[in-house]
Write a protein that binds this ligand. Structure first.
Ligand SMILES: Nc1ncnc2c1ncn2[C@@H]1O[C@H](COP(=O)(O)OP(=O)(O)OP(=O)(O)O)[C@@H](O)[C@H]1O
Ligand SMILES: [Mg+2]
Length: 273
């Protein structure tokens, strides 16, 4: 039962006794893009955030509010303009195999087989061929694609490509999985199936996941926690913990619908609707 206590806003942090050690920590985080003409664009501002190991955090917000910017900062693709960003207690200074990324567009290497794509990060890390092959097979089995190892990306459906991208991101055993609208281009049935697979993989691996989505239903189905970002410059305006909301989360349930309405109102207000 989703009650007021479960839906408490935690913009003020929970008591120290309830806080697990943070894996991802943002303090006063800001990112400004230098504009070629006109004023610079402040994409995110004053983001304070603490994510513990094993959380599956969904980041929701209106288009252009800075979700991808925040994700790319955690990935190490963009530096903070101000503030502090740490993962595993270390300042983020660039990309790392410890942070696996899955993008919206199918970002597989077209010249490599499925197996070659999943082995790529391991090859870069100098892992010997035998161990690479075994690790790739393990992760392809995890996403149910062990039979497709020798195929090329052009031979795969969109859903299969994203499953390979997930296997590739997991192959280096990162502590954090960063996903930027990874299922947005998929049809509704494939999307639901990949959501279920992601939950299953997360339950088995206990990976920490930061998942960007526009889709409120997707955030409710997946999240152990949902963050809502304000319109640009993005700041966190809602921080809702859903650990107590039973899975699978049925779209027909009153709890689901109450939460949906609340998030729609928060995003609508931010989008100026
Ligand atoms: N390279 C860039 N140079 C200048 N401005 C940029 C750049 N990338 C993004 N922006 C701007 O920063 C703001 C945040 O962009 P971002 O891509 O993070 O938003 P988003 O929340 O991911 O949006 P969407 O939901 O549409 O993907 C937007 O106003 C965007 O126009
Ligand atoms: Mg984006």
């Amino acid at each position: 039962m989703l009650d007021a206590a479960l839906l408490h806003r935690t913009v003020a942090p929970p008591p120290a006794a309830l806080q697990a050690p943070a894996l991802i920590e943002c303090q006063g985080l800001r990112h400004t893009y230098a504009a070629r003409s006109g004023p610079d664009v402040v994409a995110i501002e004053q983001v304070d955030l603490s994510i513990a190991a094993g959380e599956l955090v969904c980041l929701l917000g209106p288009s252009g509010c800075g979700k991808t910017t925040l994700l790319n900062m955690v990935a190490g693709f963009l530096p903070p303009t101000a503030g502090r960003l740490r993962v595993g207690g270390q300042d983020v200074r660039g990309p790392s195999p410890d942070r696996g990324v899955v993008f919206q567009d199918y970002s597989l290497f077209p010249w490599l087989t499925v197996q070659g794509n999943v082995e790529f990060g391991l090859r870069m890390a100098g892992v010997p061929a035998g161990a690479r092959a075994a690790t790739a097979q393990h992760h392809l089995t995890l996403v149910g694609l062990e039979a497709a190892a020798s195929r090329y990306p052009f031979e795969l459906s969109g859903g299969m490509k994203q499953r390979v991208a997930i296997a590739r991101a997991l192959a280096t055993d990162p502590s954090v999985l960063l996903m930027d609208e990874p299922f947005a281009a998929l049809d509704a049935m494939t999307r639901a199936s990949l959501q279920a697979q992601l939950l299953d993989i997360q339950a088995r691996t206990r990976k920490t996941v930061l998942f960007v989505t526009h889709n409120i239903g997707e955030a409710i189905v997946l999240g152990s926690r949902i963050l809502v970002l304000s319109a640009r410059p993005g700041r966190i305006v809602e921080d809702i913990r859903l650990d107590g909301l039973a899975r699978p989360r049925r779209r027909s349930s009153p709890e689901f619908n109450r939460l949906y309405e609340r998030l729609a109102a928060a995003i609508g207000a931010e989008a100026g609707e």
